[in-house]
Structure formats: C-alpha cells, structure tokens
Design a protein around this ligand. Structure first.
Ligand code: ADP
Length: 161
C-alpha cells in the first residue's frame, strides 16, 4: 500500500493545496495531510483549527485523512508507515528549499522519497499568506480557498487589519 504524507502549515488550506491533494490522492492508496507545527511562523489559526478546516475542505476524498504533528517529518512518516512525501512546487524559489528538505529527509529516513507535483498554472500565485492579506482587506475569497471555509477566514480576520 502506497501511503503518502502531504505536510504543511495550511494556515489556511487554499485551492492550490486542494489541487495538490486531489492529484496526489489519485496516485497513492492513502494520503495523510499532516498539519505541522512551524516554530518560525506565528499562525493565524491554531493547529486544531487548521486541521478542522483541512478536514472540512477534503471530506469528499475517500482515501484522504488529516492529522497533526510536532515531530520531525521523516520521523512522523516512519510512524505512519508512509514511504512518500508529497510537495507542491510553485516556482524555483520553492524548489531550492524543498530540494534541501527532501535530501535531509532521505538521509534521516532512507525509505522515504519526496514526490514534487508542479502547481497548476492557475494556482501558481496562490499562498496562505496572500489569502490572509486579501481577507484583511475584505476581498472575496471564492477564487482562493474552498467554499466550505470562507466564513471561518472572514470571521477570523475581520478585526485584524
Ligand atoms: P509551509 O508552511 O511548509 O510552506 P504551506 O502550508 O504553505 O506549508 O504549503 C504546504 C505545501 O503546499 C508546500 O509543499 C507548498 O509548496 C505547497 N503549496 C502551497 N501553495 C501551493 C499552490 N498554490 N499550489 C501548489 N502547491 C502549493
């Protein structure tokens, strides 16, 4: 069974993330979206909320589950028996960092490979940061995030401008 982990902050999940989820879930047997703690970022949503939003946005996929972890990714992958990490690549700027991470993860856990999926052209500009910025200015989020979570983001950012 091919089990893959798609890690990230997902603060919040965007249509770009969802596109990667859909494409990866069509390739592997089981995809675990792992909402990770990132000590370098002060998130808008706490870990539980981020996971709840991911769960709601991906409820329609039978072979996708959501989890959270504060472990090292390579260690987490070992614990859940995953042999693949899935990453989305938007630009060369993503590539440099992600390639380094892939090599480190392989060193720590030699059974683990990283698959890069090229971001779909229509989402290459999209990031969680852009979504938060737009939300603060009251821009309609329909083109950026799954419909099911728009109200949560609007509510959270209403007083943060
Ligand atoms: P991180 O905080 O680790 O950068 P993110 O939640 O921003 O995590 O992103 C998680 C993963 O999704 C990363 O592999 C990132 O490259 C990918 N990703 C982010 N936005 C997009 C997008 N618009 N299209 C495709 N992949 C994306």
């Amino acid at each position: 069974m091919k089990i893959a982990v798609y890690p990230g902050s997902f603060d919040p999940i965007t249509l770009g993330h969802l596109d990667i989820v859909q494409r990866a879930a069509a390739i592997v047997d089981k995809l675990i979206i792992c909402v990770m703690v990132n000590a370098e970022k002060a998130p808008l949503f706490d870990l539980t909320d981020r996971m709840r939003l991911v769960e709601r946005a991906t409820a329609k996929f039978d072979n996708v589950v959501t989890d959270t972890s504060d472990l090292l990714l390579a260690e987490y992958a070992r614990q859940v028996d995953a042999n693949v990490i899935v990453k989305g690549l938007r630009a060369m700027s993503d590539y440099e960092k992600e390639c380094q991470m892939a090599l480190i993860n392989k060193k720590i856990n030699p059974d683990l490979d990283t698959f890069f999926l090229a971001a779909s052209e229509k989402y290459t500009y999209l990031s969680s940061s852009i979504v938060k910025e737009m939300a603060r200015y009251g821009v309609d989020l329909a083109e950026f995030v799954p419909q099911e979570i728009i109200a949560d983001i609007t509510k959270k950012t209403a007083h943060r401008r």
